[in-house]
Design a protein around this ligand. Sequence first.
Ligand SMILES: [Zn+2]
Length: 89
Amino acid sequence: MIDGFLPLLGICIALLAMILLVVAFCQRCEVCGSLLFGFSANKGFNQTLAEAYRVCKFCGHQKVTGTVAADGSVFWFAGGVDSGGGGGE
Ligand SMILES: [Zn+2]
């Protein structure tokens, strides 16, 4: 029956939205409070300091969120690896 399915779907979507909001709130920009910081921040790298960071699109705040390996690979604290910026694929 579709009658029982639709409310369940609505609850699932609401739960997902809430989780996204909580995640966004936890990862918000410390300076301007932008909730988009966790999702759409620019990525920056500092090879000298071996640091990778997110750059707020609104205020330019930089938050270190990963490390850069000697070969240029980026290891994000949150998980995931970006392979070196210079190499081709
Ligand atoms: Zn900001």
